[in-house]
Design a protein around this ligand. Structure first.
Ligand SMILES: Nc1ncnc2c1ncn2[C@@H]1O[C@H](COP(=O)(O)OP(=O)(O)OP(=O)(O)O)[C@@H](O)[C@H]1O
Length: 362
């Protein structure tokens, strides 16, 4: 494993809300090596965005509290930095690319002006130098005819081209880490693949490292070397992308993989979404956090939270949080996850609970 560039360790973040304290990130750990691309994957509400904003300390000061853990960049503690020092980290050392370029770009300024401003802020230079670097950046991210497109406004670009502009802005200050939050979500599949390829080649050229945040296992497969599967604020499985896709260990990951549409899936075979409620940290009760939706659950799953422990395949760095995989008591170590969908009674119960809540009844 390469030396950690960015390391998040046992991070706990909570919000003060009118309904009390809500823990959004609950013991999250991941590490990013130099030149690496990793993915944090999970459904809506699992804490991906809060994790990313925590790294840049962009959470609302009044309500967000970092309760435990650490975030280090090259060994330097970020949580201990004051706002002035954090401003120097943002953009220059760690850049963030958002899901929705339209809301991050200024609609009344040309693309060239906006990228130029970013270069000026972080690196300075004469007007001519900045213009030259702007054109060069637009060319690197694959914008055709950059000398003229520089004078266009954001609405004159397609969604994919706007996302390229965002990547150019993120690269403008030569960051060591790029946090890419759902950057392909709004794009169609062909454009998604182009953006991922672009990011990969730029990362390789610039020697930067990337944390991709996504709910899409297809994006993970195309982009990341290592995956961290998140559920209700914590990592429930981590492995290299290859190990995770070929030997997923815990039932939540099985569900995520089963729900990927695939070209070679026979047409009569239905997609298998994960039934039940989306992850909700407010409902944690000390047992396994995935238990309310797990058709493989047993009594022990309610008693205590399983530790993040070596997965049955023994692959280096493959860890999973599931009592069913316990080397002594585990009942899932040999389950064929592709065909076995768990206990039918437990599945029926999960569907019934989900339907009740969707229908707004108690
Ligand atoms: N400012 C806030 N105040 C209170 N709760 C918050 C705040 N921001 C996030 N949360 C809660 O933290 C949890 C994690 O949210 P987060 O946005 O990180 O999820 P996510 O996995 O990124 O989902 P999505 O893909 O929908 O953005 C959710 O339960 C959310 O309601």
């Amino acid at each position: 494993m390469s030396a950690a560039l960015l390391e998040v360790s046992e991070l706990e973040v909570a919000f003060d809300t009118r309904r009390g304290r809500v823990k959004a990130v609950d013991g999250l750990s991941f590490r990013l090596g130099k030149g690496e691309i990793i993915a944090l994957v999970g459904e809506s509400g699992c804490g991906k965005s809060v994790a990313v904003k925590s790294v840049l300390k962009l959470l609302p000061e009044q309500t967000a509290r970092y309760e435990a853990g650490s975030i280090t960049l090259d060994g330097r503690d970020l949580l201990g930095l004051d706002e002035k020092a954090m401003e120097a980290v943002r953009g220059r050392e760690i850049a963030l690319i958002f899901q929705d370029p339209m809301s991050s770009l200024n609609p009344v300024l040309t693309i060239g002006k906006q990228i130029g401003e970013a270069i000026k802020r972080h690196q300075g230079g004469s007007r001519q130098e900045i213009a030259h670097r702007t054109v060069d950046l637009l060319r690197r991210v694959g914008i055709p005819a950059p000398e003229t497109r520089l004078n266009a406004y954001p609405h004159e670009f397609s969604g994919g081209m706007r996302q390229r502009v965002m990547i150019a802005m993120a690269l403008s200050c030569g960051p060591r880490v790029i946090l890419a939050d759902e950057i392909t979500t709004a794009l169609d599949v062909t454009i998604q693949a182009q953006i991922i390829d672009l990011l990969k080649s730029l990362v390789a050229d610039a020697g930067a490292a990337v944390v991709m945040i996504t709910h899409d296992m297809g994006v993970v497969a195309g982009a990341a070397e290592r995956v961290y599967v998140m559920y209700a604020g914590a990592v429930v499985e981590t492995a290299t992308t290859e190990d995770l896709f070929s030997r997923p260990a815990m039932p939540y990951t099985w569900g995520l993989l089963r729900s990927i549409p695939s070209l070679d899936r026979p047409v009569h075979e239905p997609l298998v979404p994960i039934e039940g409620l989306p992850p909700n940290v407010a409902l944690l009760d000390g047992g396994c956090r995935f238990r309310p939706r797990c058709p493989y659950r047993r009594d022990i799953c309610a008693e205590a939270e399983p530790p993040l422990a070596p997965a049955p395949d023994g692959a280096e760095g493959h860890l999973a949080r599931c009592w069913g995989l316990d080397p002594v008591r585990g009942w899932l170590r040999d389950t064929d996850w592709k065909t076995d969908l768990g206990d039918p009674a437990a599945r029926a119960q999960i569907s019934a609970d989900a339907a009740k809540i969707k229908g707004g009844k108690p």
